[in-house]
Design a protein. Structure first.
Length: 322
């Protein structure tokens, strides 16, 4: 009788299992893959975020720069990482939304092999001209370009680059005939605009801020939904009747589609919290970027829309990789 009472008590009591090792995450340092060399935009975003993520996770978040292939090499590392939850990274618009639509393709499918974590930053692409340019307003530039087809050159950083795609968007929306002149970097492009080697160009705002503040360049329009706090007097393309010009660079956090649910949820939580931190947002703003921090669902929808948008621009203009 006594044995039956003890057995019944045991069966009726809560059955508590010891915590599994995989439930305790993380138990070692995490790898934050940046697909570009140190000092670039993606790297700066990662290094601003990493300390906050590390503090929240209780483990070091170590930046690993894996440059190459215009960002594709590093993104491929993220996509093919071991499915243990300890590797994630950041990708650019070029690697996640443009390169997959160019002729050579990518060794990964951004929608199949990766999962969205959150948008890191949006980097505006203003249309700028030299300070000595006769164009004071966008309408002046458009009128001259229409009066002299093929006479105006617009600078880019190569076929399929964001300045190139933005220029093609503008050319199509305004019905212009302009000639692309490609440079090797944003710095070279900015220098060519300063020297009036090209009459106009789009470029990442961080590259342009010093020249705009010094009065060496003039911005005529921005392809964002709202005006920018850095250059509040510059209208948006939508305000000027060209809403189809919707071009911004961006950098977003992604992980392998094989990452376990628990670690993925933890990384998403601390990444979004870092981007919503007041100090982090201020530091990113100082770099000329609009801080992100949206939900995975919102970032996933944004990625799909960017793939569709830039894919159409690439097809329409038969853009081939350099």
């Amino acid at each position: 009788m006594r044995k039956r009472q003890i057995l019944a008590a045991l069966l009726g009591a809560p059955f508590i299992l010891p915590a599994r090792a995989e439930d305790a995450f993380p138990t070692r340092p995490l790898r934050f893959v940046v697909p570009f060399a140190a000092g670039g935009p993606s790297d700066i975003v990662a290094r601003i975020m990493a300390p906050h993520m590390s503090a929240a996770l209780g483990q070091p978040v170590i930046i690993e720069n894996r440059a190459g292939g215009g960002g594709m090499t590093g993104v491929d590392v993220i996509a093919k990482a071991a499915p243990d939850g300890y590797t994630f990274g950041i990708g650019s618009a070029g690697a996640l939304a443009v390169a997959p639509k160019l002729g050579r393709g990518t060794p990964y499918d951004p929608l199949r092999d990766l999962v969205p974590v959150t948008l890191g930053v949006l980097v505006p692409e203003p249309l700028v001209v030299p300070a000595a340019s006769p164009y004071r307003r966008l309408q002046d530039l458009i009128a001259d370009a229409k009066a002299r087809p093929g006479a105006l050159d617009f600078g880019t950083t190569g076929n399929g680059s964001m300045p190139h795609l933005a220029g093609e968007q503008f050319r199509a929306a305004a019905g212009l005939d302009m000639v692309q002149i490609a440079y090797n970097s944003g710095g070279q492009l900015a220098t060519s605009i300063l020297r009036n080697e090209v009459q106009l160009g789009f470029a990442d705002l961080p590259v342009l801020i010093p020249q705009l503040q010094a009065g060496a360049m003039r911005a005529l329009a921005v392809g964002t939904k709202e005006r920018l706090s850095w250059i509040p007097d510059v209208p948006t393309f939508a305000e000027l009747g060209l809403p189809a010009v919707d071009a911004s660079n961006w950098h977003g956090l992604v992980a392998s589609a094989r990452m376990p649910v628990g670690p993925l949820a933890a990384i998403r939580r601390v990444a979004i919290a870092a981007l919503q931190d007041k100090d982090v947002r201020q530091r990113l703003h100082e770099q000329g970027a609009i801080p992100g921090g949206n939900s995975p669902e919102e970032f996933g929808a944004f990625m799909r829309s960017e793939l569709e948008k830039w894919g159409e621009v690439i097809r329409r203009n038969n853009i081939q990789p350099d």
